[in-house]
Design a protein around this ligand. Structure first.
Ligand code: HEC
Ligand code: HEC
Ligand code: HEC
Ligand code: HEC
Length: 488
């Protein structure tokens, strides 16, 4: 087998959602009285949040003009005032990439694709339709509706077709729908009691996204969400999540406010804090997934989980042609370079890059043995990767540590977290010899730039061109984008 000859399509960043204003004009202005619509579809019998009473009701329950279906023109223009909630649903329906999520599994995808679900399935699970496979549905719709026993349910199908809609992020609504128009008392408590997800908490929000954009074990009645090497090799784009970057790319349908106070005050989150909290939540999700993969691989009834799972490692360590095209002279040796190797034995594939929780090639900090995830990294990066039972234990402990750090960061003021984040970044010239490290550092630098205030149009343009350079694997364009955003 000659890996160096293979073409590996690394889809590093997807489509920037086009903003459709069509829906905006169509609706009547909201009135002050709120009457709750009776959901058209019968609630699907789904346990979702681990409670049989919490059922998915679908988005028609949210989109009435008097609720969250008011014209979205202002919100889509970036004007988010105290009345933003009235247009949240229309904003999502008009412009959010998640509206297309389910359609990607069908023969009628709502956006142009590089690869179709049918092609992926032909290699991954021949004879099975993606729309009937829980392993695909789990991320492409409300995961609570992807449980095996709901797959043949006609009503659940109607709701699944709505894609990653309201309840996929906010939680199944049957219990909170009625009371949420007049919350009283402690937010965290009423959310927990009714099954509404506490997305006002930046860390919980990042974890909610990571459930699909990084992956998650089967828990609370939700099926496993696992983008493994089998799916990637069958053609699925690899997932390249950065919470700060992805959140900026969504058409934001909410005003950021401190929902823990009874009288809301709008807040402007510090983008460096968003980035750092997002990285830590990413690490936490990755550790939980690793723990689960190890556990499944030891399960005698589970035949589909290999050990070690290749998607745990830096893709470029095995796939040679990720080398910078035409630059083999300048960068060809990076795999053997000291920044990349550190104390890692030569020939051992490095674990996935979650900088700055792991070290990255080409930058000084953190060192391999000082990084937060060092125990996982050392276990996975030994000549024989940790046995599954050992990896399971190490990943569990490290995931819990990441969870503690996430909560600590969320509770700290923005400037303080920003200062902690800035300390990781190199000052002088950047030497980033491989794509995965470069991606991570690039997203981080962009977050710092945004934290200083909205960057100038020129910088944003450069930055966007850097993001697409990852997709095209255009190293020159990437270097030039780095120069624009790197601290002078
Ligand atoms: C239930 C699973 C799920 C959850 C939860 C989820 N996403 Fe997604 N997301 C998807 C899927 C599937 C797609 C692909 C849709 C497409 O490309 O049309 C996607 C696409 C996106 C895109 C567009 C990708 C691109 O390359 O432009 C962004 C941005 C995004 N998600 C951000 C987020 C953020 C931020 C959160 C959390 C607030 C989140 N997602 C939560 C499943 C999910
Ligand atoms: C862990 C979550 C997850 C799982 C599991 C998953 N997907 Fe996806 N899928 C995504 C996300 C997120 C995207 C968008 C990726 C991006 O834009 O970067 C996506 C994108 C796609 C696309 C668009 C590809 C393109 O060319 O743009 C197709 C088709 C697809 N998925 C099909 C499938 C099929 C078939 C399965 C089951 C074998 C599956 N997905 C399983 C999360 C998932
Ligand atoms: C990809 C995840 C995601 C999806 C899908 C989603 N939301 Fe949200 N929504 C969020 C996040 C994150 C927030 C901010 C939460 C907070 O501050 O408490 C939010 C906030 C809101 C708010 C509060 C607005 C404000 O300014 O106070 C409303 C209302 C809302 N969403 C309605 C909806 C509706 C209706 C849908 C479906 C049509 C929907 N959301 C789909 C992630 C999502
Ligand atoms: C430990 C080594 C290893 C790692 C790490 C690894 N792969 Fe692979 N990959 C392989 C092998 C071996 C094959 C099978 C080659 C064959 O089919 O002959 C393969 C096949 C593939 C294919 C199918 C190629 C084709 O031409 O059919 C793709 C795409 C792919 N890998 C992407 C990735 C991505 C993306 C990552 C990182 C998330 C990754 N790989 C990590 C070893 C690895």
């Amino acid at each position: 087998m000659n890996l160096s000859a293979r073409t590996v399509a690394l889809t590093l960043a997807g489509v920037i959602p086009g903003v459709a204003l069509a829906l905006a004009a169509a609706r009547v202005a909201p009135t002050a009285t709120i009457s709750l619509p009776v959901p058209e579809a019968r609630a699907a019998s789904s346990e979702g949040a681990g409670n049989a009473n919490r059922q998915a009701i679908g988005m028609s329950g949210c989109l009435a003009a008097a609720c969250h279906g008011a014209p979205a023109g202002k919100v889509l223009n970036g004007e988010r005032g105290i009345d933003c909630w009235q247009s949240s649903g229309s904003c999502w329906a008009a412009a959010d990439p998640h509206t297309a999520a389910y359609s990607l599994l069908t023969d009628n995808p709502r956006r142009p694709l590089k690869i179709t679900a049918a092609k992926i399935m032909a290699k991954y699970a021949p004879g099975k339709k993606a729309t009937e496979d829980a392993r695909c549905l789990a991320c492409h719709t409300n995961p609570a509706l992807a449980r095996e026993e709901l797959i043949p349910d006609a009503n659940a199908l109607v709701l699944r077709e709505q894609g990653v809609s309201c309840e996929a992020c906010h939680g199944n609504a049957s219990v909170w729908l009625q009371p949420h128009t007049a919350w009283k008392g402690d937010r965290a408590k009423v959310y927990a009691d009714t099954g509404m997800k506490p997305l006002y908490d930046l860390g919980e929000r990042a974890l909610a996204c990571a459930g699909c954009h990084v992956g998650a074990p089967a828990e609370n009645g939700l099926p496993v969400r696992d983008m493994n090497h089998d799916m990637i090799a069958a053609g699925h784009p690899r997932l390249n999540f950065d919470f700060a970057e992805y959140q900026r790319r969504l058409p934001q349908h909410w005003q950021e406010k401190d929902r823990t106070k009874s009288s809301y005050s709008p807040i402007v989150p510090n983008e460096a804090k968003v980035w750092f909290v997002g990285r830590v939540a990413h690490a936490e999700a990755a550790c939980k997934l690793l723990e689960d993969r190890a556990k499944r691989s030891l399960d005698a009834n589970e035949h589909r989980t290999p050990w070690p799972e290749f998607a745990e490692f830096n893709c470029a360590s095995c796939h040679h042609n990720l080398r910078i095209p035409g630059k083999s002279e300048k960068y060809g040796d990076w795999r053997k370079s000291s920044e990349y190797l550190g104390e890692r034995p030569i020939g051992v594939p490095p674990w996935q890059m979650i900088w700055p929780l792991t070290s990255a090639a080409g930058i000084e900090s953190p060192k391999r043995d000082q990084a937060l995830l060092k125990t996982v990294v050392l276990a996975m990066e030994s000549p024989r990767p940790a046995k599954a039972d050992k990896a399971q234990g190490v990943a569990k402990t490290t995931g819990e540590q990441a969870g503690n750090l996430r909560r600590e960061l969320v509770s700290q003021p923005g400037e303080q977290v920003e200062a902690r984040a800035r300390a990781f970044f190199p000052r002088g010239a950047l030497n980033l010899p491989e794509w995965d490290s470069a991606t991570q550092v690039f997203f981080g630098l962009a977050a710092l730039e945004y934290a200083r205030g909205k960057p100038s149009d020129t910088v944003v343009k450069k930055y966007r061109s850097g993001v697409t350079a990852f997709r095209d694997q255009d190293w020159d364009r990437l270097e030039s984008a780095f120069k624009a955003i790197h601290e002078k």
